[in-house]
Design a protein around this ligand. Structure first.
Ligand SMILES: [Mg+2]
Length: 236
């Protein structure tokens, strides 16, 4: 156990590190149609910040399935989804990494006493598929995923305990920061007594205000610098 100051930054994936494009959403629509014979729309606002099981459950409800039919359909969905997503995502041209991430992450990863992890609404397998083409997997040795719990609010402590086990450290709540682009990222931090850093990638002012109102302690319209993060974490 170490007493030296340190920080664990837990990153959201979609809208924070990368934009995955439309591949995953169109596969959701496609498989739900095969399972239910219903065409269910899925807009960005119906996915941003939600976990994959939440998104799917909502779609299946909208397709008219009842509470008894939904678990069965969900069980059938994911194996198909992983396979199709893996096949199509590599070549999808609408996915992108936010430019600042390519320099920021390697620099942050190198800093002593800074530890990185993921907290994402993706299932673990789809999270890895999303990060892999951008070479980002190597920066995240721990994480918590919707495959651990469908409720995002339950995920940060899972990531923290994995980090503590891997690095044989104990993180105080004020050493843990959730970094994300939606109010749900902020909420899952606050729910667990951690601080939130909001990243407003899209419409600037309005999004920054929403993240602030949700309780983010710091809000940026792209990314903070590594040195700003070190200041936030009292490491310099
Ligand atoms: Mg996000």
């Amino acid at each position: 156990m170490s007493d030296s100051p340190k920080a664990l930054f837990l990153f959201d994936i979609d809208g924070t590190l990368i934009s995955p494009g439309k591949t995953a959403r169109s596969i959701f629509i496609e498989i739900v149609k095969e399972l239910t014979n219903k065409e269910v729309v899925l807009e960005v606002h119906q996915v941003a910040g939600y976990t994959d099981p939440n998104i799917l459950e909502n779609m299946l409800q909208r397709a008219g399935l009842n509470d008894n039919e939904i678990p069965h359909a969900m069980g059938k969905f994911f194996p198909d989804y992983y396979e199709r997503f893996e096949n199509r995502y590599q070549s999808a041209e609408d996915k992108l990494i936010f430019g600042d991430i390519s320099e920021f992450l390697p620099e942050l990863y190198k800093v002593d006493n800074i530890y990185l992890g993921l907290v994402t609404g993706n299932m673990e397998r789809s999270a890895m598929i999303k990060l892999s083409p951008f070479g980002l997997k190597k920066y995240f040795e721990v994480g918590a995923y919707a495959s651990d719990n469908a409720d995002r609010n339950e995920l940060p402590p899972i990531a923290v305990s994995r980090a503590e086990a891997l690095w044989e450290l104990k993180f105080d709540p004020d050493e843990v920061f959730v970094v994300g682009d939606t109010i749900y990222d902020v909420e899952c931090a606050l729910h667990n007594g951690f601080k939130a850093i909001g990243i407003a990638r899209k419409d600037g002012e309005k999004e920054m205000e929403q993240l602030k109102d949700a309780g983010a302690s710091w809000v940026y319209n792209s990314l903070p610098t590594v040195s700003q993060l070190m200041t936030i974490a009292n490491l310099n």
